[in-house]
Design a binder for this molecule. Structure first.
Ligand code: GLN
Length: 441
């Protein structure tokens, strides 16, 4: 724990928001005492981990990497984090991320851009960039990211580690700062499938404080050894044939298909929605939900209030001065698609398309057991580049957002050199995702 805290301290500009050193050292001392007493300890006891700075941990700052909350201290602890604490894991750090989860590069943050663990000239990916980089660099054993449209899977891919977005609802969202509540998921980033499995088990379960959470069975190590239950793997033809895909990513993906076929599994090309449809459906709904979720941040009850002449002006100045340009773009976009005259044409159309996407997945999973995809169409950009073109940044989410809208369990594993491979199964079938990843190892 001490060693890792030291390493994190040396890299504050890069990936770190706030060190939880007092808490970490206290907890570590308790585990040491237990060991000295000859008591046995649990699997997660004494294991150091990091937390994306959108999770409440009582008594610590939770800033969402935003000026609006830079002085905000959590009054309670998120259920998923509490479960890890109960298992004896040791929180080291709140991790830098795109403000409120808004972004794909971890540059939309008041703490400075997160640098990629493999090539520091490139972005760390987002929005859980600090979490993926900390794991890749070995500063944390695992980190808890948040994934609304790809924010665990994409930075995991950019930094060569594993990242799981579980089935929507498998882990309680209570205490995760809401971005888009209908796709927000809690999930682990780690360096092995085994670590992902252990952390997933520890955090899963129904929670009275999140009505969308559900009870699930724990996934045992034995069950991950491959039995013959994966016969057919599908992939989306249009993702691979798209002009937007980088040659390097396509080559890595085709080589994964080759490996799978060589192992005797059938591979089937599937039809799917165009990238533009997926990205516009996701951003319509995500912006609508974030406009609504962030409306509470007006400086009255939370955050960095900037006083003005009257109350209305106080709201306006507090929000205008403290939200980033990217967050304001989303609030304005979200309020527009929800407003009279636009709601039917745009927001309801988005909901309708989401239903069609879900129905499409249901049909696909009658034919295939697993769907594979590259994580992104493009390799990580240089720091500074994606800020110039928000639309291009949105389009870089083309391969992750569909699975979020489908509420599906989906995992990034390292594959080749570019962005990793995404493995997806039908709803509630998180075990099959891990099993297939294990099989490919
Ligand atoms: N890049 C996507 C967005 O900005 C996904 C972010 C996320 O999953 N939090 O909405």
């Amino acid at each position: 724990v001490q060693e890792k805290l030291e390493a994190l301290k040396q890299n504050t500009h890069n990936t770190v928001n706030a060190l939880l050193d007092t808490m970490a050292l206290d907890l570590a001392a308790k585990v040491d005492a237990k060991i000295a007493n000859g008591e046995s300890i649990g699997l997660l006891e004494g294991i150091p981990f990091g937390i994306k700075d959108v999770y409440m941990v009582q008594g610590t700052y939770t800033t969402a990497s935003s000026d609006l909350l830079k002085n905000y201290k959590s009054a309670y602890t998120a259920t998923a984090i509490q479960k890890l604490l109960d298992a004896g894991a040791i929180p080291l750090v709140k991790e830098n991320c795109d403000s409120f989860g808004h972004g794909s590069s971890s540059e939309n943050t008041i703490f400075g851009a997160v640098k990629n663990a493999i090539n520091p000239e490139l972005v760390g990916g987002g929005s859980s960039g600090g979490s993926a980089v900390n794991v890749a660099k070995g500063y944390t054993v695992f980190s808890i990211g948040g994934d609304t449209g790809g924010s665990i899977r994409q930075p995991a891919g950019y930094n060569g580690v594993y990242g799981l977005k579980p089935t929507y609802g498998r882990i309680s969202r209570f205490g995760l700062m809401a971005y888009a509540s209908s796709t927000d998921c809690v999930g682990p980033i780690a360096t092995s499938i085994e670590d992902i499995r252990i952390v997933l088990n520890a955090m899963s379960g129904q929670d009275i404080k999140d009505q969308t959470s559900y009870a699930s069975e724990s996934i045992s190590e034995e069950r991950l050894s491959y039995s013959e239950d994966i016969k057919t793997v599908g992939y989306f033809k249009n993702f691979v044939e798209s002009e937007a895909i980088d040659a390097e990513i396509k080559a890595d993906f085709l080589s994964a298909i080759g490996t799978i076929k060589a192992k005797g599994i059938k591979v089937k090309a599937l039809d799917f929605f165009e990238s533009n449809t997926l990205v516009s459906t996701y951003y319509t709904l995500a912006m609508a939900e974030t406009a609504s979720n962030l409306s509470r941040l007006d400086g009255t009850n939370y955050g960095n209030r900037i006083e003005a002449d009257d109350l209305k002006e106080t709201y306006a100045v507090t929000r205008s001065e403290n939200f980033s340009a990217e967050t304001k773009r989303r609030i304005v976009g979200g309020n527009q698609v929800l407003s009279q005259g636009f709601a039917d044409e745009i927001y309801l159309k988005g909901l309708n398309l989401r239903d069609q996407i879900m129905a499409n997945f249901e049909e696909d999973f009658n034919e295939v057991d697993i769907i594979i995809s590259p994580v992104t169409p493009s390799t990580p950009p240089k720091i500074g580049e994606s800020l110039k073109d928000p639309l291009a940044m949105y389009l870089s989410d083309a391969y992750t957002v569909g699975f979020s809208l489908g509420e599906l369990p989906t995992l990034t594993i390292p594959q080749g050199t570019a962005t990793g491979l995404q493995i997806t199964a039908a709803k509630n079938n998180d075990e099959l995702v891990l099993k297939f990843a294990n099989f490919l190892k």
